[in-house]
Design a protein around this ligand. Structure first.
Ligand code: HEM
Length: 435
């Protein structure tokens, strides 16, 4: 019953309201409820752009302007907003009285929904372990994992769902290795991730909400046991180091540690799977780029930036004003929220010439905001870039004749954007893979 009430307040009412206002063309309603927006976010962000730099939705503002997004993410006057705090006061009361005790990525103490000093404490802890050196050392591991996964595919030529067999396996194996997740637990982690992925969206149906809840609950239980096990029996993995650092200096309580470790693990595979799937699809649709990359492999890092720019795995974030602030002539009042539309900023013609064109040689592709910016800039960006680059290059070098064998289907999520399945005819495998 408690769950039903919570869903009703957090999603059910929001969903009904969003559908109603979407019919009137309200952009926030459309973002939540219009299937056309999920199908073609670029067309939607172009519409927003035509309406001005700051567009008012029923409750929050929306912006697709690169400069504003960039400034907001770095501003001291705008803080991250937790899912609950964006609701009207009476609904917040209901939320407090229907607490589930489960950790949610958009509720404190998740790093994504807190600000200094707590944010600094959590972030310092992870960065003390997830150093540039540690990540650079992981590159070989990424390559070995990619090669091993492709070896398995090479043994069974024909049509495969590349998302299931490769794009999801590579990130979960890499982050699993890093965080000391035993091999046999990976399928369960992927299952929790699949169930929990819509947790970043609002306006979920009861069925979706139940699935998310089951995913988060299963993940929490599993992670709690995993941390307990590593504390008793530490390995040489980064998760054991995070626990050690937490016990030694950063002093995170159990809930904080669970939320921080859980976010690193979940963010480590929920997003990169989309980068790989989006990249494979975009490149198969643009064979001329594959030819260029085969002749000039040094272009791969830039190609990955361009893929991130054009099909951002995380479409948007949100911030709330901590005081009345004027943005390009628009007054945003204290407490008002702003949707920082990362995917829209990535197609701002003021920054990117001919913004809808896929151009792997674009000289400023890396100016995209797909990893956000400021204090909350993605902690895993270097690892994600390495996985994107090595994962895509290795795939296309191994299967140069790969082609689409069906239309595939998109994931049923709005904040996260990627493919849930992509059927690919692999063609003949090349055995030699250059490093
Ligand atoms: C293509 C892959 C990825 C994309 C597009 C991505 C994107 C993002 C974005 C947009 C944010 C910030 C959200 C905000 O400002 O509200 C973020 C934060 C974060 N990401 Fe990633 N991410 C990716 C991969 C990873 C990986 C591989 C890891 C872990 C190894 C990771 C760990 C994190 C963490 C811990 C945060 C929270 C940082 C903070 O709040 O201070 N991400 N990511």
């Amino acid at each position: 019953m408690k769950q039903r009430i919570r869903w009703l307040v957090m999603h059910g009412i929001v969903r009904l309201f969003a559908k109603r206002i979407a019919r009137r063309g309200d952009p926030q309603g459309r973002l939540i409820a219009d299937p056309a927006v999920r199908a073609n976010p670029a067309a939607f962000t172009d519409e927003l752009r035509a309406q001005g730099p700051m567009v008012k939705g029923a409750v929050v503002w929306l912006t697709v302007e690169h400069k504003i997004c960039n400034d907001l993410l770095r501003s001291e006057d705008f803080h991250v907003l937790s899912m609950g705090s964006s609701l009207p006061k009476p609904m917040q009361w209901v939320m407090r009285h229907t607490e589930t005790g489960l950790l949610h990525p958009l509720e404190p103490p998740s790093m994504l929904s807190v600000e200094p000093p707590d944010h600094t404490r959590y972030r310092k802890l992870v960065s003390s372990v997830f150093t540039t050196r540690a990540v650079a050392a992981l590159r070989d591991r990424v390559e070995e994992t990619a090669v091993a996964l492709l070896d398995e595919l090479g043994d069974e030529p024909g049509t495969v769902d590349i998302v299931e067999r490769y794009c999801s396996q590579l990130p979960v194996t890499v982050i699993g290795d890093i965080l000391g997740v035993p091999d046999e637990a990976r399928p369960r982690i992927l299952e929790f991730g699949e169930l929990g992925a819509p947790s970043l969206d609002i306006g979920l149906t009861w069925k979706q909400y139940r699935r998310v809840y089951l995913g988060i609950e299963g993940f929490n239980d599993w992670l709690s046991n995993h941390l307990h096990e590593l504390r008793r029996n530490p390995g040489d993995d980064l998760m054991s180091q995070i626990i050690q650092a937490s016990d030694d200096g950063a002093r995170l309580n159990h809930e904080e540690l669970l939320a921080t470790a859980g976010l690193v693990l979940a963010a480590g595979f929920e997003t990169t799977v989309n980068l790989l799937g989006n990249g494979i699809r975009m490149l198969l649709d643009a064979p001329e780029h594959l030819e260029t990359l085969a002749a000039r492999p040094e272009l791969w890092p830039n190609a990955v930036e361009e893929i991130l720019r054009l099909d951002s795995p995380v479409q948007l974030s949100a911030r709330t004003a901590t005081k009345d602030t004027e943005i390009e002539g628009t007054l945003v009042r204290r407490g008002e929220g702003v949707i920082v539309y990362l995917a829209g900023a990535n197609r701002d013609p003021k920054v990117f010439t001919d913004p809808h064109r896929f151009d792997i040689e674009r000289d400023n592709a890396g100016k995209h905001l797909s990893f956000s910016g400021g204090r909350h800039f993605c902690l895993g960006a270097a690892l994600a870039r390495a996985e994107g680059e090595v994962g895509l290059r290795t795939f296309f070098e191994r299967f140069p004749d790969a082609r689409l064998a069906g239309t595939g289907s998109r994931r049923d999520t709005r904040v996260l954007r990627g493919w849930s399945s992509l059927p690919i005819a692999l063609g003949t495998a090349r055995t030699a893979v250059s490093s």
